[in-house]
Design a protein around this ligand. Structure first.
Ligand code: GLN
Length: 272
């Protein structure tokens, strides 16, 4: 079949943009190149693969897992079902964190990303902040494997450690950042998320607050005197997390930010 025939075939089942994403990934072209080579024949093995990918997307598998990667902050991160698919909201967390770091930390900063998954937060910070030392932590060996491959692919020098949040961590850091699992166990979430993404990375006890308390109750031993803690949070968790912060810290500034959909999505706790 030609590229044009494959595009027509795909459009019978999927949205046009999904068809272009799958085909350009498979043929290693960008979208414009696809249009330039409409008459080119595609080898049979790739046609078969294309049809399989279409079927997976039709069967409600997230397209990022079908492609095996996702763009986050302009970088390509490989993903599979053992890690959460990086979200737009998390780009916002990284964006504001970079802002805080540039404002308050002129010298070298040490950063630890707790529950790093594919490594998207820690690796992006390493790429964007000159003079940073970054450690990425996860409890999952599979996640650590993907994250360290991503770091290699993106040329980022990162220390990887296996730990349940700060349990095995001895060093002190300026920045603790985390997008922990924060969905309450009884919350109804979209099927495509529930049926495909790792529950280990999504759900948490205590109405989704478990990991904020776990981190905040143990992190003093791992903080430099000048520090910033940056959390992604679930909507409706802002007040409760601020209460937890106040339980463990007295002289800090706490600021929250909304994501682009207007939902409370990030909390920054700092002493600088
Ligand atoms: N933001 C993710 C979602 O809504 C949840 C991520 C998390 O629990 N950290 O699916």
């Amino acid at each position: 079949m030609t590229i044009e025939e494959l595009i027509c075939y795909g459009k019978k089942y999927l949205h046009t943009n999904e068809v272009y994403m799958l085909l350009s990934h498979l043929l290693n072209y960008d979208n414009l190149e696809l249009l330039n080579y409409l008459d080119n024949r595609v080898e049979n093995a790739k046609v078969v693969k294309f049809k399989e990918m279409i079927e997976k997307v039709m069967n409600k598998e997230p397209i990022q897992y079908v492609l095996g990667n996702v763009n986050f902050y302009g970088y390509t991160f490989n993903v599979n079902k053992s890690v959460l698919i990086p979200r737009f909201e998390t780009e916002e967390l990284v964006f504001y964190t970079i802002d805080y770091i540039n404002k308050f930390f002129k010298e070298e900063v040490s950063i630890i990303d707790l529950g790093c998954g594919s490594g998207n937060i820690g690796i992006t910070l390493k790429k964007k902040i000159k003079n940073s030392k970054v450690t990425c932590v996860d409890i999952s060996d599979e996640a650590l494997k993907i994250a360290s491959n991503n770091a290699n692919n993106l040329g980022a020098e990162i220390t990887f450690l296996k730990s349940d949040m700060l349990d095995n961590i001895k060093n002190k850091y300026n920045i603790i950042i985390s997008n922990p699992p924060y969905i309450s166990r009884d919350e109804d979430i979209e099927d495509i998320v529930k049926n495909n993404e790792p529950h280990l990375a999504l759900f948490a006890d205590n109405d989704g607050l478990y990991f904020y308390e776990k981190i905040l109750s143990t992190c003093k031993k791992n903080l430099q005197s000048k520090f910033l803690i940056a959390f992604e949070i679930g909507m409706n968790q802002r007040e409760k997390i601020i209460n937890i912060v106040n339980k463990y810290f007295s002289d800090v500034i706490i600021e929250s930010k909304k994501d682009l959909s207007g939902k409370d999505r990030m909390i920054f706790i700092y002493h600088v």
